[in-house]
Write a protein that binds this ligand. Structure first.
Ligand code: AP5
Length: 215
């Protein structure tokens, strides 16, 4: 099964993709994670991408498309994958369609998560991460046992550079102008599955599973 997870920043794409990955045994391909990893390793692509990401702007299409096409070619993607954060522009969607047509392995469903703007902002400004990779916390929804410290390694938690309020506004705007047109793009192709994702993580997962089972 090949699935796209579409939705604004903070809609829960990453959270839900991990659950679908386990449930359907297909890998989660997150362009955000791939780009952050490349930035951490200071590859030329990662260094270029970081400048855009830190400001909340989209990374140019050619960089992202190359990265994801390479990732989709690895053996673990043979029986499917879930795309988290890709495509994000009509140009990316067209490149993806061309690549998958070439492989005769089309997308089966596009899950589109919808959440009110105030909730999205609350989710993002409260997110904290362990710099040593022990996962994510949230000031309100998943607070650490000791304030500001990772439960596993006690390292001081940090905020993602692009989770500051001004960067969040830039990310939201990029979503509205560049990514939202994909809703029509995939509705026209009969693939769109809209999901109300403002409730709990479990309720969103249940809706996604029902939509996928009916696809
Ligand atoms: P990316 O990492 O993809 O960030 P994003 O889309 O802004 O998504 P987030 O990770 O912030 O949110 P999410 O929807 O995954 O929600 P999550 O599950 O994490 O991209 C970062 C940057 O990389 C972009 O700005 C861009 O620069 C670049 N980039 C990436 N892909 C690109 C592309 N294709 N083209 C160009 N540039 C690209 O949840 C968020 C928070 O909410 C968490 O704290 C979580 O615990 C919490 N939460 C989730 N669900 C719930 C719930 N139901 N109730 C309460 N809290 C919840």
């Amino acid at each position: 099964m090949r699935i796209i997870l579409l939705g604004p920043p903070g809609a829960g794409k990453g959270t839900q993709a991990k659950r679908i990955e386990e449930r359907y045994e297909i890998p989660q391909l997150s362009t955000g994670d791939l780009l952050r990893d490349a930035a951490k390793r200071k590859t030329p692509l990662g260094t270029e991408a970081k400048a855009y990401m830190d400001e909340g702007r989209l990374v140019p299409d050619p960089l992202v498309v190359g990265l994801i096409v390479e990732r989709m070619g690895l053996p673990d993607c043979a029986s499917g994958f879930i795309l988290d954060g890709f495509p994000r522009t009509v140009g990316q969607a067209e490149s993806l369609e061309k690549e998958l047509d070439r492989k005769k392995s089309p997308i089966g469903a596009v899950i589109c998560l919808r959440v009110d703007r105030e909730k999205l902002i609350e989710r993002l400004v409260g997110r904290r991460i362990c710099p040593k990779g022990h996962g994510e916390y949230h000031l309100r929804f998943r607070p650490p046992k000791i304030e500001g410290r990772c439960d596993v390694c006690q390292t001081e938690l940090v905020q993602r550079e692009d989770d500051q309020e001004d960067k969040i506004r830039t990310r939201m705007k990029a979503y509205e102008t560049e990514t939202a047109p994909l809703i029509e793009f995939y509705r026209d192709r009969g693939l769109l599955k809209p999901i109300e994702a403002g409730g709990t993580v479990d309720s969103t997962t249940q809706q996604i599973e029902s939509a996928l089972n009916a696809a």
